[in-house]
Design a binder for this molecule. Structure first.
Ligand code: AHR
Length: 518
């Protein structure tokens, strides 16, 4: 069935239209009002499995090439990705993390057991300095997730002072003693994580009061201005958002939301690479449901905050499959195939549409955990692969801080398992600072190409050049591994043409295309 997906301003409405053979996209080039926050391209690094130890950090004495202990190949790949913000140290880990264990001479740092993730013993060699210095090297904003579940108000208040005070204060002097003279730029501060679950099993009423109390003592030192983020709902828990808006409101700058594309929380979640076409289409439906979830949370926030001053931060999202056979239980190491790349593309397109409320999003996670950007061989061979999801984030880089452009899309749709309907072409468009128009098109159909005609409405000049990149593979189950690191990798897209100022593009089945029109 052909439907028109009309995306005006930041809301999407559906209406049935006449059947047509080609997909028509109208880009309202003169109607952009909102910037796509670059933080929507945020990443998440938790002390979980080999995300930190073996992923980001190997230590200075490692045989694996490193820059002061940071794994060099991973660092270079992340630098190239231009990641805008990195969340750390958790996740669930954050609410058992005591930051003072991770500062000072490494030989004096106590070991700890990572109770959330497989009981692994960690040596605390990656702590506050190692994280914040990494952010400086990557030129990204740090997002610190503070311990509310098992930590004290004093502990969190002192961490903020340690990181951001430049005065003659006890914590700033301790930092200086540990080798760092100047404060770091820390803006984003999470006050607890999943406080309804691993972060303390609280009710929203109780957590709301704790947020008020903890955040009171997280001071703005010198020129630093914290952006305080409250632990928010998971998925469909609209009551959590309502209570937080009623009881906390403008005391928080942002409220988080976690949404995973996961078949369920008990039993098998399914293989990351061995699945049916039916499973694939189900995944697209579950992934796209994040749009309804965001809209509902956002409308609850609108009741108290119609000017949308409080951000909704989707600070955990992505696919969650069974762990790879033979890997350590609790380390959440999963492969990543073309299906995951579609989840990345479709989700980013949704976030763009809600950039008035969605202030940040952090895919889980950056290396070796869940829907990772990068997989490393931590056994010392030095192998690393970029996943299909990495390639999507790379292809979408031009959307960061571009102006979101409303579009109308007339495309086929299909019914998938669990009574969801998905459009077969997911599209997003934006205007970049140099006046180019960037368009992302993800054709989720496994067997039909899409002949897309793009009308540029309100553009005061004719399109004169178009170039692009495509990500596809022989099968949607294809992935990159150490033996085949480039099985799924981007290539030049030659299917876009300009005729008399109009742009057409042939988007092959199961492909993600990003074009730039000048
Ligand atoms: O990303 C893995 C875990 O998922 C995080 O630690 C937690 O916040 C969520 O449940």
């Amino acid at each position: 069935m052909k439907r028109i997906f009309t995306i005006i301003a930041l809301t999407a409405t559906l209406s049935v239209a006449a059947l047509a053979n080609d997909t028509k996209v109208t880009i309202h080039a003169d109607r952009g009002t909102q910037k796509i926050h670059k933080e929507i391209y945020g990443q998440f690094a938790e002390h979980l499995g080999t995300c930190i130890y073996g992923g980001l950090w190997v230590g200075e004495d490692s045989p694996i090439p490193n820059i002061n202990g940071y794994r060099k190949d991973v660092f270079d790949a992340l630098k190239a990705l231009q990641i805008p913000v990195l969340r750390w140290p958790g996740g669930c880990f954050a609410d058992e993390y005591h930051w003072t264990d991770g500062i000072g001479p490494k030989e004096n740092r106590p070991k700890m057991q990572n109770n959330n993730w497989g009981g692994t013993i960690e040596d605390n060699s990656f702590g506050t300095h190692e994280f914040l210095n990494l952010c400086e090297m990557l030129e990204c904003e740090p997002y610190i997730s503070g311990n509310v579940g098992s930590g004290t108000v004093e502990e969190l208040a002192k961490w903020v002072e340690y990181m951001t005070s430049d005065g003659d204060t006890p914590m700033a002097n301790l930092r200086r003693k540990n080798g760092r003279e100047k404060s770091w730029n820390v803006k984003f501060l999470g006050v607890g994580n999943e406080s309804w679950g691993c972060g303390g099993s609280m009710r929203p009423e109780y957590y709301g009061d704790l947020f008020r109390r903890y955040s009171t003592y997280c001071r703005n030192y010198d020129n630093h201005r914290l952006y305080k983020i409250a632990s928010g709902a998971s998925d469909y828990d609209y009551n959590w958002t309502r209570v937080m808006m009623n009881n906390v409101g403008g005391i928080m700058n942002g409220l988080s939301l976690h949404y995973y594309t996961v078949p369920g929380w008990s039993g098998s979640k399914g293989s990351a690479t061995n699945f049916s076409n039916d499973d694939y289409y189900w995944t697209m439906g579950k992934c796209l449901e994040i749009e309804d979830v965001i809209s509902i949370h956002s409308s609850i926030m609108d009741e108290k905050d119609p000017e949308k001053k409080i951000g909704l931060l989707v600070d955990e999202w992505g696919t969650w499959w069974d762990e790879e056979p033979g890997t350590i239980s609790g380390h959440l190491y999963q492969q990543n195939c073309l299906r995951d790349a579609f989840v990345a593309a479709l989700s980013l397109n949704v976030f763009h549409r809600h950039t008035d409320r969605v202030r940040m999003a952090n895919i889980a996670q950056v290396v070796n955990v869940l829907q990772a950007m990068i997989l490393t061989d931590t056994k010392g061979t030095g192998h690393m692969v970029l996943t299909p999801s990495y390639h999507v984030f790379s292809m979408y880089k031009d959307f960061q801080e571009a102006t979101y452009l409303p579009i109308d899309v007339a495309t086929d749709s299909m019914k998938v398992r669990d009574n969801r309907t998905i459009p077969l072409l997911s599209v997003s468009a934006a205007r970049t600072a140099d006046g180019s128009i960037v368009v992302a098109m993800a054709n989720v159909s496994l067997d039909s190409d899409q002949n897309v005609s793009l009308a540029l409405d309100g553009l005061n000049k004719k399109a004169s050049a178009v170039s692009g990149t495509i990500l596809t593979a022989n099968a949607v189950t294809d992935y990159n591994d150490f033996a085949h690191p480039n099985r799924v990798s981007p290539a030049e897209f030659k299917g876009a043409k300009i005729a008399k100022g109009a742009v057409t593009a042939k988007v092959p089945a199961k492909s993600i295309v990003v074009i730039k029109i000048k």
